[in-house]
Design a protein around this ligand. Structure first.
Ligand code: FES
Length: 265
């Protein structure tokens, strides 16, 4: 497939967004993927020519980041997090189940070209483990059953929404968004869920606020406690908790504490 004049124009448009044109390389590669379904040699040459860098430099970037694909990706890129927390919460089981259900291995695409399955690393969404991603949108708290239902729905063309994001488009459409051409769906769905907001809710209930900060000329800032007396009390309470915890951890099965042992010696 040959990149069209329109795609070349859009690649230049991306490069022109940045004071240093080569800063646009990452979104430019996403645009190439949105058009060609992967990073092709032609796409690499086009980026290199526009940015006045070598094809080897572009290729070095494209092979470094795992979001850039050298093999064609299906209509939906389905990632299963198999990093530590997700793995023990069921991610490994989900990945194995999907491999069998779709009859593909890691980084392979189903025969109908619909699903590319890949095991992926931590998505910083551990509070919803085990997590999957479809075209980089979150699917939270998955199970083997909900995972197989998800890929069946995607293959059948049913409308599917991310649990914390918009309706899912195709991988190529998502790549175009990553290139900086919005699809108008950014505000669909919740942007954060209860598990991620739990800390904020507790802080609100208890009236906790961040300390104000004193800003310095060099751009750094130092936290300034609002009420010194309250702060001292909080520190004292915190110290008490730490001391109590140390006693619990040092207590031997017989009930003897480290302090008791010291005294006995
Ligand atoms: S381990 Fe899966 S999102 Fe962090």
């Amino acid at each position: 497939m040959t990149l069209t004049q329109e795609t070349h124009a859009e690649l230049r448009e991306i490069a022109a967004r940045y004071p240093e044109a080569r800063s646009g390389l990452l979104p430019m590669l996403h645009l190439v993927q949105s058009v060609e379904g992967r990073v092709t040699p032609e796409g690499i040459e086009a980026c290199a020519e526009i940015l006045d860098i070598t094809a080897a430099e572009v290729s070095g970037v494209a092979t470094f980041y795992t979001m850039y694909k050298r093999k064609p990706v299906g209509d939906y890129h389905v990632g299963v997090c198999t990093n530590t927390l997700c793995a023990v919460m069921g991610g490994d089981l989900i990945f194995e189940r999907l491999k069998g259900h779709l009859d593909v291995g890691n980084d392979e695409t189903t025969e109908d070209g619909k699903i590319t399955l890949e095991h992926i690393e931590c998505n910083a969404a551990c509070d919803y483990a085990p997590v999957m991603m479809v075209n980089w949108e979150f699917m939270d708290n998955m199970t083997p059953q909900s995972a197989t239902q998800l890929v069946d729905d995607l293959r059948s063309g049913a409308e599917v929404s991310s649990t914390r994001g918009p309706r899912l488009g195709t991988w190529r459409e998502a790549e175009r968004v990553l290139a900086g051409f919005p699809d108008g769906r950014a505000d669909e769905g919740p942007s954060a869920g209860p598990a991620s907001l739990a800390g904020r809710e507790i802080a609100r209930e208890r009236g906790w606020t961040a300390p104000s900060a004193e800003r310095h000329d060099d751009g750094t800032a130092t936290a300034v406690p609002e009420e010194p007396a309250e702060r001292e009390q909080a520190v004292a309470e915190s110290d008490d908790k730490v001391a109590q915890q140390a006693v619990v951890e040092d207590t031997s099965p017989s009930g003897e504490t480290a302090a008791d042992k010291d005294e006995a010696q």
